[in-house]
Design a protein around this ligand. Structure first.
Ligand code: IPD
Ligand code: CA
Ligand code: CA
Ligand code: CA
Length: 277
């Protein structure tokens, strides 16, 4: 399964259709939404729609492909029938819940298909903008079906850098420290509120670079493939893949500069990476 680009394309199309549908459901329910519960910290909130969106996504994916496994932020891991080459879906039902709660537009539904530890296809729907990003490993990335190619990255001093903050106050203290160093060195900083959208925005030159500590796989899985297939480098420190300790994304040249700036700051000052969605 998913060996060829054609199979991967079919997975991306399924992800896109399901993300679009869940996005419409969530957009229709955004007005008047409230906090349902808090999770890892008092600022780590979940709404009824985070759960409804994930339930819909699970239902649609598993009815199209019974036996696949699904990992979702709200529902955890649901194991499928198993077997080599099987697909594991990685789902963030609403990425940018705080924006969603405040009636803002920058939130997304993110769905990625992983096979043997590699993300091979993904979709990020941004419902309030009517946009769907898709990506296929080895097959390119697209915005509403139009191919994306990231522009050449500027040097760090002229780079617009997106970042985000977790929900754990200790991690935020580290993030604030890092910002003290990064902000004077770059064109400007954006904190838009959705890691998935941040990564996709690099694929079309709406930001030059991105970094964040404390992400979970569902935050970056689909968006990172969209960025990568448009020519953006995505990784962790010292050649590691993107991971909860640090995710960095930028075009060639800028990636190395950003990595060089962040590496000395990345000593663990906030304890082990918390699962803070
Ligand atoms: C969060 C968003 C945010 C990022 C946080 C994530 P959620 O995801 O992606 O931009 O800074 O680290 O946890 O909780 O809204 O799905
Ligand atoms: Ca998220
Ligand atoms: Ca989420
Ligand atoms: Ca969350």
């Amino acid at each position: 399964a998913a060996e060829g680009v054609e199979e991967r394309r079919a997975l991306a199309e399924l992800a896109a259709g399901v993300a679009r549908e869940a996005g419409e459901l969530a957009a229709d329910g955004q007005e008047g939404i409230g906090v349902l519960a808090t999770k890892s910290t008092p600022t780590d909130v979940v709404t009824a729609m985070d759960r409804s969106s994930e339930e819909l996504i699970r239902k649609r994916l598993l009815s199209a492909r019974p036996g696949d496994a699904v990992l979702g932020e709200e529902g955890g891991e649901e194991a499928g029938a198993g077997g080599a080459g099987r697909v594991r879906w990685i789902v963030d039902p609403i990425d940018g819940t705080v924006n969603y709660l405040y009636g803002r537009e920058e939130w997304a539904v993110s769905i990625a298909a992983e096979v043997e530890g590699r993300v091979v296809a993904g979709a990020v729907a941004v419902p309030r903008r009517g946009q769907v990003y898709t990506a296929v490993l080895g097959g390119g990335s697209f915005l509403d079906g139009r191919p994306l190619q990231a522009p050449e990255a500027p040097s760090l001093d002229f780079a617009l850098i997106a970042t985000g903050f977790g929900y754990d106050p200790r991690r935020r203290a580290w993030q604030a420290e890092v910002l003290r160093t990064v902000l004077p060195r770059v064109r400007d900083i954006r904190r838009n509120g959705s890691a998935a959208v941040d990564l996709c925005s690099l694929a079309r030159g709406q930001a030059d670079g991105y970094y964040e500590r404390g992400l979970n796989q569902w935050d970056w899985a689909a968006g990172a493939l969209v960025a990568q297939e448009a020519g953006v480098l995505v990784g962790g420190l010292r050649g590691a893949p993107a991971n909860p300790d640090l995710t960095i994304a930028a075009g060639p040249g800028l990636f190395e500069e950003l990595h060089g700036l962040l590496e000395p700051l990345a000593a663990d000052t906030d304890g082990p990476a918390a699962e803070d969605g």
